[in-house]
Design a protein around this ligand. Sequence first.
Ligand code: FNR
Length: 361
Amino acid sequence: MKSTHKINHPINSDNLDILFEPWTLNKTLTIKNRIIMAPMTRCLADDYLVPTQDMVDYYARRADAGLIISEATVIRADGQGYPNTPGIYSQAQIEGWRQVTQKVHDNGGKIFLQLFHAGRVSHPVHLKGELPIAPSSIALDGVVSRTDGFHYPVPRALTIDEIPPLVESFAIAAKNAIKAGFDGVEIHAANGYIIDQFLHWQSNRRTDKYGSTPENMTLFALEVVDAVINAVGADRVGIRLSPAAYLHMDHHQDDVEVFRYLLPQLVKRDLAYLHTGMFDDSMHFDDLDGTVTSFLRKNYNGTLIASGSYSSDDAVRAISKKLFNLIAFGRSFIANPDLIDKIKSDQKLVAYDESMLATLF
Ligand code: FNR
């Protein structure tokens, strides 16, 4: 992989307007501008994984975004991978999220919940002493974040009988999200978590119908997509993918074939959108013959959200060239609650700094 150089063309306020055009996702949902707040784990829910008042205020402050995508939200207890990440499986969690969605709606915004299961990217310390579950018993190499140097354990491979209830848990969580007032859900199939673990050869060595061929390796993802569509309707379902194994995953040369099979299947589902999962989308991957977003664009003709170290100028250029339709910003939304106003009026942005993660300003 190598970095591509950015070619600078002048941006003027006319060009900038493209970011502030409404975008119709489908007959159910139109968003007021093309700027999305990327999902970002903050680890500041309470000890029952219930959203707090600070989280209500944090999301409400950013309701000017065309769409907010919530931080990764645990679909059931064995999906937790980090401390104090919110859930969407208990009544108290649903009630807590309802406060968030109400305030975002009061402020004129829209918000999707990101449905998350960590799979092997976890540790018994988060799972009441149990081992994490995964497609295969292959450990992730590395130290578990936010622990005292614990290494990822060898996860327990799911038995085939455990897979349908796991698929159903995604659907129940999606229904709970709608009960909590969300406008829709994003299936987190990116960044090396459980769905992505089925989609990559390094983490999926199954020999049953969920492994061994690209078609089989996409089965779990498609079962989740179909169950979630069945629960809440395709208009309210987006999905995030990381065809490049860039996080919590080792690269395998045949992964690309899995995604070449998956993407046309997703096109048929008529989802609200597809979303790139990347931290730096200027990276070129030889297997993908370009960037992650260019690969997704070639293989998917619906609404595409790019993300990964974009500036607003980069986004204007790329959207004008129809390289994607919507742009998600992450870290700049943490550093600038008023990001939308600042972009609109061409103000200098506050630079993101990791120390900002300690609080929910
Ligand atoms: C993230 N990201 C992320 N992605 C995701 O799909 N679910 C998540 O919960 C998180 N959590 C998260 C936490 C923090 C603190 C950061 C900085 C990032 C990735 C995020 O959505 C986005 O793709 C990247 O931050 C790249 O975009 P920016 O920040 O360069 O605009």
